[in-house]
Design a protein around this ligand. Structure first.
Ligand SMILES: *[C@@H]1O[C@H](CO)[C@@H](O)[C@H](O)[C@H]1NC(C)=O
Ligand SMILES: *[C@@H]1O[C@H](CO)[C@@H](O)[C@H](O)[C@H]1NC(C)=O
Ligand SMILES: *[C@@H]1O[C@H](CO)[C@@H](O)[C@H](O)[C@H]1NC(C)=O
Ligand SMILES: *[C@@H]1O[C@H](CO)[C@@H](O)[C@H](O)[C@H]1NC(C)=O
Ligand SMILES: *[C@@H]1O[C@H](CO)[C@@H](O)[C@H](O)[C@H]1NC(C)=O
Length: 620
């Protein structure tokens, strides 16, 4: 068994153990004694800051603290003391602030103790723009708003999202614990001042992520404005590395040349001094320098502001490599698709997908819990917080790097897309064995390419676009069973790629990557496989899509441009208003193929329920 899944297992076991041991405590501890216990452990924790305790000793602290937080509503004094301990325990260091058009993102140093349960205790604080800053923040004109969300981000940091303040308040949001008037989450005065001094970056111009890839580092950056779908000249770019106490002096001491540049992704070699110390590279801040040319002469060198720290995206997977890779994985990017993801993952796991990477752009519909449940059920699903809006192409490049160490093949697809193998008479079978396919057929198909072809590195499958199929509300048995009417001709294609054969630029546009020289793609015949794309679902579902364009190089639905493009809903304007005949739209041919397939292959023989229905019946 791989150690990455080993770790997942361990996590599962810990979860289960703590659940059951807490529930079966023979003497049910009162809230008061838990708090006492908690404060004792807090004391231990503080001791440990000077004594070298093993970090595992602190797991009980977390269990108890979240429990007492849950039960704190029963007693206000308890709630107060827990909050006191909360702010005592967690002085927050804001490392960076990114201003998005509709919110402020704070990157907060995370020592591993900060958990999602804190979100209700944190407040965003904004200073009045007319008031000069005071030394301790307890006086002056402040505006306070609720935190929008909290998430663990990478090995080093968590993200906290704050709303934009009203006019006359500075968007340089700060944080404080609620119930502690005037005391900021910085804890001591010095840290609070540091937090206030953090410069805000604009989302238009910032290096936002960086990942180690062999002897190179791949930096994701906004503001270079490189052309879509083209490789750009790397000679004008360089990478700059900040070592040591970067946060203190803000200087980048090492520099290397860019090897490739395309769209929002720049790849550089590592500085030679760091080559053999890959462990030390993790957490180092990195940014991109760009030389501007004027009449063919270099005339200005600018450094892009950076919130990016080098992370080791494929690290877990390096170990996986030793036991053999997964044959087939999936990368996807989601925003609030909690209700759709269970059917999609269970169905494709049946077809043979073994590992899932879900990049989540700020979902707040509980999708994290659904993903955790699926992982506990051994579907091998991980969620990756990706707070960078409208960066699907860069996110896919990032995911390709992450998946490369673990997967032979990776399918890049959306949560409303389903592989379907239509019935095929024996004489027309290429690439598969029988008329009806069985479990793991998709995996068998790509595995066949792994062994029979050294040059095919991308398998393209065409998509059929399905309409609302006459429905007015979401189908209870799932989309595969509910939607059965579609447009006649297929639209574009989706790809399954070999991450080892991707071009070093990691260039991709609309789910389609550039390959290294010597590799090629092949189109699967429609008689072998097709993707059912449930693109135009019932209005309440489709409406959400208006606000969910994730691609960088595709126009927003709301923007009044490109209206004839096939990325848009033909005939639909730029506003989210239901057209009168929506349920009948996009319906040219009835196609019940996948519905019949699912009902006859996946339904439970005695109850008739589908696997994803069984689950919702249990939890509701
Ligand atoms: C903060 O500073 C003001 C004066 O600037 C002072 O009156 C106040 O007591 C201070 N508060 C705290 C909590 O130190
Ligand atoms: C913002 O400040 C200006 C000048 O002090 C004032 O005239 C205006 O009314 C303020 N706006 C709001 C919404 O408070
Ligand atoms: C999850 O991964 C393990 C090995 O790491 C594998 O045995 C198992 O089949 C995978 N689960 C699914 C649903 O493919
Ligand atoms: C495997 O692929 C080859 C062509 O690449 C094809 O001829 C063969 O039928 C495939 N076999 C299966 C079992 O899919
Ligand atoms: C990403 O999530 C935010 C919510 O935080 C949403 O406003 C935005 O539209 C989403 N963007 C895309 C392009 O998915």
């Amino acid at each position: 068994m791989s150690s990455s899944s080993d770790q997942r297992r361990k996590r599962k076991r810990i979860l289960r153990q703590s659940d059951s041991s807490l529930l079966s405590l023979p003497h049910l501890l009162s809230v008061r004694s838990l708090v006492l216990c908690f404060s004792f452990l807090t004391f231990l924790y503080l001791l440990s800051r000077t004594l070298p305790f093993a970090s595992s000793a602190f797991h009980p602290v977390l269990v108890v603290s979240s429990l007492s937080l849950l039960s704190s509503s029963s007693s206000s004094t308890t709630a107060q003391s827990v909050q006191d301990f909360g702010s005592f325990l967690y002085p927050l260091r804001i490392e960076n602030r990114v201003l998005f058009p509709d919110h402020v993102l704070l990157l907060v140093k995370n020592d591993g103790l900060l958990k999602k349960s804190v979100v209700d205790e944190l407040e965003c604080v904004y200073s009045g723009v007319t008031v000069l800053s005071t030394s301790n923040g307890s006086s002056g004109d402040f505006s306070v708003l609720k935190v929008l969300s909290f998430d663990e981000y990478d090995e080093f940091r968590s993200v906290v999202r704050c709303p934009l303040p009203s006019v006359n308040y500075s968007a340089d949001a700060n944080l404080r614990w609620s119930g502690r008037n005037g005391v900021f989450a910085g804890g001591e005065k010095g840290l609070w001042l540091d937090n206030r001094r953090v410069n805000s970056c604009s989302w238009e111009n910032v290096a936002y992520a960086a990942a180690l890839d062999g002897g190179t580092v791949v930096v994701f950056v906004k503001g270079l404005n490189l052309r879509a779908d083209r490789e750009s000249d790397p000679s004008q770019f360089s990478c700059h590395f900040g070592l040591g106490k970067w946060e203190k002096n803000g200087r980048y001491v090492l520099r290397t040349k860019a090897l490739t540049a395309a769209q929002e992704v720049v790849r550089c070699s590592l500085p030679r001094t760091l080559m053999n110390k890959l462990d030390k590279v993790k957490g180092i801040r990195v940014t991109i320098g760009a030389t501007h040319y004027f009449h063919a002469r270099a005339h200005k060198h600018v450094l892009i502001p950076s919130v990016a720290k080098v992370s080791d995206s494929g690290f877990e997977g390096q170990k996986k490599k030793m036991e053999g890779k997964y044959e087939l994985c999936v990368c996807t990017m989601v925003w609030n698709q909690a209700s759709a993801i269970r059917e999609w993952i269970m169905y494709h796991s049946w077809l043979g997908v073994e590992r899932w990477f879900i990049y989540d752009n700020n979902s707040d519909d509980g999708i994290d819990e659904v993903i955790q449940e699926l992982d506990l059920e051994n579907y091998n699903v991980t969620r990756h917080v990706w707070p960078w809006i409208k960066t699907q192409e860069a996110g896919f490049s990032h995911c390709a790097l992450r998946a490369r160490a673990e997967c032979e093949w990776v399918s890049f697809m959306d949560v409303d897309e389903y592989f379907y193998f239509p019935y095929s008479p024996p004489r027309h079978q290429r690439f598969r064995k029988s008329s009806y396919v069985g479990q793991n057929s998709l995996r068998a198909l790509v595995a066949n390419f792994s062994s029979s072809s050294r040059t095919i590195a991308e398998i393209r499958t065409s998509c059929h676009s399905f309409g609302p199929s006459g429905l007015n509300s979401p189908p209870s048995q799932g989309v595969t069973v509910g939607y059965t009417c579609r447009l006649q001709s297929p639209e574009r294609h989706k790809s399954i790629v070999r991450p080892d054969a991707l071009d070093t630029t990691l260039l991709n546009v609309v789910h389609h990557f550039h390959l290294q020289k010597g590799f090629r793609y092949m189109n699967l015949p429609q008689s072998t496989a097709i993707i059912n794309h449930y693109k135009y679902q019932v209005w309440e579902v489709f409406r959400a899509k208006f606000y969910r364009r994730v691609a960088t190089y595709v126009a927003d639905w709301q923007e009044n441009q490109n209206e004839g493009s096939r990325d848009r809903a033909p005939g639909l304007g730029t506003e989210a208003i239901e057209p009168p005949d929506w349920p009948q739209k996009f319906c040219e041919v009835w196609d019940t193929g996948l519905r019949d397939f699912v009902l006859s292959n996946l339904a439970d023989l005695s109850t008739g329920l589908l696997p994803w229905e069984t689950h919702s019946a249990l939890t509701d």
